[in-house]
Design a protein around this ligand. Structure first.
Ligand SMILES: Nc1nc2c(c(=O)[nH]1)N[C@H]1C(S)=C(S)[C@@H](COP(=O)(O)OP(=O)(O)OC[C@H]3O[C@@H](n4cnc5c(N)ncnc54)[C@H](O)[C@@H]3O)O[C@H]1N2
Ligand code: MOO
Length: 423
């Protein structure tokens, strides 16, 4: 009698955490030791400092006025009595010492003359506003010593660390460096990632779509996700189902990148080109060159979407093979690689995932961790958007997060707390 065991060919599934750990171990040497490069400030936005930056000059570099007004010696001021105005100091000029018993017109940012110890804004004096000749000024009160005077080094002293190593260069930080006169910075070199889409059906966006053809969404998705995480894209390529062509594309990808990401060609079909090159049944003799230092393990991760996964090396370069469905490829990047690309760029993340309350009840098939697409509600909750199909790439575009439903959970009530992965 013949029996049919429906599960006989099904391999054991690897847990999400185990696969995350294996990917992290594969990339650990790349993440741990990052080179640095010197860049002009204009190219350093969002990069991370590889070394402390000290100020070559103080900021402000000299004592200067915070207001348009009159520089005075407070000891000389008598309320209601006029002081002769003996000159003017504009921003960008230099100032002679202030003679006792006099005042001088001064503009915001101009050097406060030696001898002066306060500035009085013009609108608080008898002059009111600057016009033509001003020969004298009357003050109504004695200003406090130091009023409206910005001391040299009151923001940064020469030699101080302005920004420490590890700082991500937001606009505010670039402004601080520029204010110190720093034109170039040493920044961490991000991971260079090569992205390869596979499948005979793929055509580039913008081309004419023939019968049975599909626009390549994964190339754009993965390249953008790499950049958003802080990495750079070293190479973008596409291959049909000919293993010799894919081997050539992968050779370029591996030569140019620190890491290769592929999508497609890893499930159980008759034309699984990634497996045809890298899998256990690959016909090495048919390839145009020998695959030294190449070994990839294909496995099924207990996650949906993103079950079929591979990891290893292609000609010495780490490679991860993602499934081709566009939702699966994007979820794979978020769950398995995104934080490693960010860490390699010097960005720090505590790995904590926020918790949200479900706006409605959810059911989930047992045995596989579900990464449902979720949209955040105004009230702070989260709701599922789109269906579970891994082809729903446009529906995914409405999602803000992935809702992480553990493998052993089959139902969650409205209001239940779930962990989410931000997209
Ligand atoms: N008999 C089985 N069939 C399938 C299984 C299985 O376990 N047994 N797993 C399913 C799951 S889950 C996934 S995910 C996919 C993974 O398939 P592949 O990685 O081999 O990907 P392809 O077959 O090449 O493509 C799948 C699907 O995605 C489209 N695709 C591929 N690349 C792109 C791209 N760059 N841009 C847009 N769309 C892309 C492709 O046209 C297919 O529709 O396998 C299931 N099958
Ligand atoms: O695991 Mo596949 O990635 O569901 O669509």
């Amino acid at each position: 009698m013949t029996t049919h065991d429906a599960g006989a060919a099904r391999p054991p599934r690897t847990s999400v955490e185990q696969h995350r750990a294996d990917v992290a171990a594969l990339l650990a040497p790349l993440v741990a030791r990052r080179p640095v490069e010197r860049l002009p400030l204009a190219h350093a936005l969002d990069r991370v400092l590889g070394a402390d930056v000290s100020a070559p000059v103080a900021v402000p570099a000299f004592r200067n006025s915070q207001m348009d007004g009159f520089a005075v010696r407070t000891a000389d001021v008598v309320p209601g009595r006029a002081l002769p105005v003996v000159g003017e100091i504009a921003a960008g000029s230099t100032a002679a010492p202030l003679a006792p018993g006099t005042a001088v017109r001064i503009m915001t940012g101009a050097p406060v003359p030696d001898g002066a110890d306060a500035v009085v804004p013009v609108e608080e004096t008898s002059v009111g506003r600057f016009g033509a000749d001003v020969t004298e000024v009357v003050l109504g009160a004695v200003p406090a010593p130091g009023a409206f005077v910005r001391e040299a080094g009151s923001d940064v002293r020469a030699g101080d660390v302005v920004l420490p190593a590890g700082t991500r260069l937001a606009a505010t930080r670039l402004a601080a460096l520029a204010a110190c006169g720093i034109a170039h910075v040493e920044v961490v070199v991000p991971l260079r990632v090569s992205v390869v889409s596979t499948g005979a059906e793929l055509v580039a966006p913008g081309e004419r779509l023939g019968p049975g053809q599909v626009y390549d969404a994964n190339g754009t998705a993965l390249a953008a996700a790499v950049r958003a995480a802080g990495g750079t894209v070293a190479f973008e390529g596409r291959s049909g189902d000919d293993p010799r062509v894919l081997a050539g594309v992968l050779a370029d990808a591996a030569a140019l990148g620190d890491l290769v990401l592929t999508s497609g060609g890893v499930s159980q079909g008759a034309y699984e080109v990634v497996k045809d090159v890298l899998g256990p049944d690959a016909d090495a003799a048919s390839l145009p060159f020998a695959l030294r230092d190449t070994s990839v393990e294909f496995r099924t991760v207990a996650m949906q979407p993103g079950g079929p996964q591979g990891l290893g090396r292609f000609r010495g370069t780490p490679i991860l093979t993602f499934p081709g469905n566009p939702v699966s490829a994007q979820v794979s990047f978020v769950v398995f690689v995104r934080e490693l690309v960010a860490a390699a760029a010097g960005r720090v993340a505590d790995g904590a995932r926020p918790r949200r309350r479900l706006d409605h009840a959810v059911t989930s098939p047992p045995g596989r961790r579900q990464m449902l697409r979720g949209a955040l509600s105004v009230g702070g909750g989260v709701r599922v958007v789109g269906g579970t199909g891994s082809h729903l790439v446009a529906a995914m575009a409405r999602a803000d997060v992935l809702i992480d439903v553990p493998a052993d959970v089959e139902a969650l009530d409205e209001g239940a707390e779930v962990e989410v992965w931000e997209l």
